[in-house]
Design a binder for this molecule. Structure first.
Ligand code: TNX
Length: 464
């Protein structure tokens, strides 16, 4: 899971034994396979020469993330054109290894979409580096490859920026409900990037402008039009804050913030937010979004924005993130007509902060309740008329954290919807059905128990 593009049963497999070696010219990927199998089953494999499990680079394999996995009587072989492909294949091997008796099989696999993301809102409630790493591990096990960090919002600013000291001394000191907040130093952020990179997950940082900026305005009142700092905000309303249009400080702020994010981020994309602004005219809104987009481009990066930003003059290679189920398509269609591609994040399917049902102890319901079959049973290519796979960059789930206080809360809302949405993003539509998915999902609970991951025991699944 996610189900591969092609699976062929073979006559005979083999039984894994403790001490079986993983042999590879990519020792880091081999070591990760060993620790993955240990985490899933307790079984101790080793790395070394002439093992029964081989990970081989093979330039003839298709695509950066594609791989082939063959299990026969003599052992298992994963081949891929890149270390990334080997890593994706290793996740499939981990799932087969759950039974110890590996079935004979030939799997030929590659992702449907290049962008398979999860957004974590560390602004409404801060998460320390260790929690973010755990989240990356959970993502990587299901072949997700983009961690979108929502770093700033009304309730907190979570990243240090040189020249703007109050962003962390003041802006980071709040969160929803009045807790202590927190922020990442450059070293913290780099550590997250490094850890994610090792797992072939790239980090896309988001600084949300021009709205969702109360924490920044409270910290640096020169960014407001009247120069007066607003009160810190720890509630959960949206839409009430905005940077001051036309002020030179606003331009300097955007330039400094995006320069720092670009310097810290090896990946191509920076997310500039752009959602839910009620306090600016269309022209004022566009002016600030376009300034932010120019700062992204000036630093050699590419722009991602929430769908509303699609109404502005974004660069032609921009990505717009569709989130609304109502009223959203038009602005996305306009951006696509000018060259943008789309990340599909329909709230009623992939907002992990929506409750599963009325009894879920945390979460919101403004986009409805979202059981695991709702998260699974949709096709990104039929969501918006005229926007098919050639204009879709990928799929991203989003965990907003207004009601999410602990890592346990994160896990409860994320599982089992994460694997469901990972399959939407990876598996060809023709290979997907909820019933087949549900049958493969149920036994995963055993592994989640081993990982110590909390999950929603959905009544739609026949759990063991
Ligand atoms: C909408 S979706 C938001 C967030 C909230 C979320 C809560 C989007 C781009 N903005 O500010 O946290 O709803 O579900």
């Amino acid at each position: 899971m996610p189900y591969p593009a092609s699976v062929t049963r073979l006559e005979q497999g083999f039984t894994l034994e403790p001490g079986d070696a993983v042999t590879s010219e990519e020792p880091a990927v081999a070591a990760q396979l060993v620790s993955g199998v240990r985490a899933d089953t307790g079984l101790e494999l080793t790395t070394g020469p002439a093992g029964r499990i081989r990970l081989d680079l093979d330039a003839s394999q298709a695509g950066a993330e594609g791989y082939e996995l063959t299990v026969g009587p003599d052992g298992a072989r994963i081949s891929a054109a890149t270390p990334e492909g080997l890593f994706r294949g290793a996740q499939t091997f981990r799932q087969l290894a759950r039974e110890r008796v590996l079935p004979g099989v030939r799997i030929s696999d590659r992702p449907r979409y290049a962008w398979r993301g999860a957004m974590l809102d560390v602004a409404r409630h801060f998460r320390p580096v260790a929690d973010v790493k755990r989240f990356v591990d959970l993502m990587a096990a299901y072949k997700l490859n983009v961690l979108h960090l929502h770093l700033t919002d009304d309730q907190g600013w979570r990243i240090a920026v040189p020249g703007w000291p109050n962003l962390t001394t003041v802006g980071a000191s709040t969160e929803v409900g009045g807790g202590p907040g927190g922020f990442y130093t450059a070293a913290d952020y780099r550590e997250i990037v490094r850890y994610a990179q090792e797992r072939f997950v790239r980090v896309v940082p988001e600084v949300d402008v021009p709205g969702h900026t109360n924490a920044a305005l409270a910290a640096h009142p020169e960014l407001t039009c009247d120069g007066v700092a607003p009160e810190p905000y720890t509630g959960i309303k949206v839409g009430f804050s905005a940077l001051c249009p036309g002020k030179p400080e606003t331009a300097r702020f955007l330039a400094d913030v995006l320069k720092e994010l670009a310097a810290l981020t090896p990946g191509r994309h920076l997310h500039i937010g752009g959602d839910e602004v009620e306090k600016l005219s269309e022209r004022e809104y566009a002016q600030i979004v376009e300034l932010a987009a120019q700062a992204v481009t000036a630093n050699g990066k590419e722009v991602v924005g929430w769908q509303e930003a699609g109404a502005t003059a974004l660069p032609p290679n921009a990505l717009v993130q569709y989130w609304q189920t109502n009223g959203g398509p038009e602005v996305v269609e306009r951006a696509v007509a000018r060259g943008a591609k789309v990340i599909m994040s329909p709230a009623s399917r992939v907002y992990l902060d929506m409750k599963y049902d009325d009894t879920t102890r945390i979460g919101q319901t403004w986009a409805g309740t979202t059981e695991v079959d709702d998260a699974y049973d949709w096709d990104p290519a039929t969501l918006i008329d005229g926007i098919g796979d050639d204009r879709i960059e990928g799929v991203e789930m989003a965990l907003w954290t207004e009601t999410v206080v602990t890592m346990n809360d994160v896990e409860l809302l994320t599982f089992p919807r994460l694997p469901a949405i990972a399959e939407v993003a990876w598996t060809p539509q023709s290979q997907r059905s909820f019933d087949a998915f549900a049958a493969r999902l149920a036994p995963m609970a055993t592994v989640w128990d081993r990982w110590g991951v909390d999950y929603h025991r959905s009544p739609r699944i026949a759990w063991p």
